[in-house]
Ligand binder design. Structure first.
Ligand code: CIR
Length: 258
């Protein structure tokens, strides 16, 4: 299952400014130390699963820069520098580039438009690109061209607006199955879907790494269903990252070294 197997990950320590990260709601913001603890546990989970984890220094001037999934997209064959759709995040791209240059022979800059890594779902046969407030059709078309240079086929999906990113509402949890909210139920023809109860929609920002599914510890009903269905789960707290609209996929760039 190559698109779910990874050998390496890049993370970035959250800066204290993460408490000012972008969020769509007025509820409580994150506590810095608690979010840092969630991040540390996440890094350890990836190491426990055998990945080599590089953790970049915090960038206080970019509150959302801990969410390294958004400014780049990586594959064993090379990396793509994205064009984040939020103005406050666009400067993150130049600052993640040195890390990508260290690991990848080929680093392609997206030509035009906007696209966030959180809108991109890599599946066995195609790379799905979700349109959103952060990813526009021009960016999606530019990404399809960049993906072709790396040997991947990209395809646009158009989820109902409301969620931040495609991977806010959906995760590939095995090669044939997508965990999703009601909003994603008909979005993925050709895949089996497992749909969360509305109260547990935030669980859909999950991350399959090799044989293990990293899942939010805050959503016990879906955890029990997935456990019964035979998935090997590792539950991680996401209380504080969720307060800045994030989850488990957002905190790493992952790839399988060729
Ligand atoms: C943002 O709004 O950009 C951040 N507060 C959350 C980013 C979450 N990233 C992701 O889903 N890939």
């Amino acid at each position: 299952m190559t698109c779910l197997d990874f050998t390496h990950a890049i993370l970035r320590t959250p800066g204290r400014s993460v408490v000012d990260g972008l969020r769509a709601h007025d509820g409580a913001g994150p506590d810095y130390d608690a979010l840092l603890a969630e991040h540390t546990a996440y890094a350890q989970a990836l190491r426990d699963l055998g990945l080599t984890v590089e953790i970049l220094d915090p960038l206080e001037q970019f509150p959302d820069s801990v969410f390294v999934e958004d400014p780049a997209l990586v594959f064993g064959e090379g990396a793509i520098l994205m064009k984040p759709g939020a103005a406050s995040r666009q400067g993150e791209v130049a600052l993640i580039r040195p890390a990508l240059d260290r690991h990848f022979a080929q680093v392609i800059a997206l030509a035009e438009g906007h696209a966030d890594g959180g809108d991109i779902m890599v599946t066995p046969n195609k790379v799905l690109i979700g349109l959103s407030a952060r990813t526009d059709p021009t960016g999606a078309a530019a990404l399809i061209a960049a993906l072709a240079r790396l040997g991947y086929a990209g395809e646009v999906v158009d989820p109902p607006r409301g969620a931040l990113h495609l991977k806010t509402i959906a995760a590939l949890i095995d090669e044939e199955t997508i965990l999703t909210t009601r909003a994603g139920e008909t979005l993925f023809p050709g895949f089996r879907t497992i749909v969360t109860d509305a109260a547990e929609d935030a669980a859909c920002n999950a991350l399959r790494v090799g044989g293990t599914l990293l899942l939010s510890a805050q959503h016990p009903r879906i955890a029990e269903r997935l456990d019964r269905a035979g998935y090997t789960l590792r539950l991680l707290d996401t209380i504080h990252v969720a307060r800045v609209d994030a989850g488990l996929s957002c905190m790493s760039l992952r790839w399988k070294a060729a």
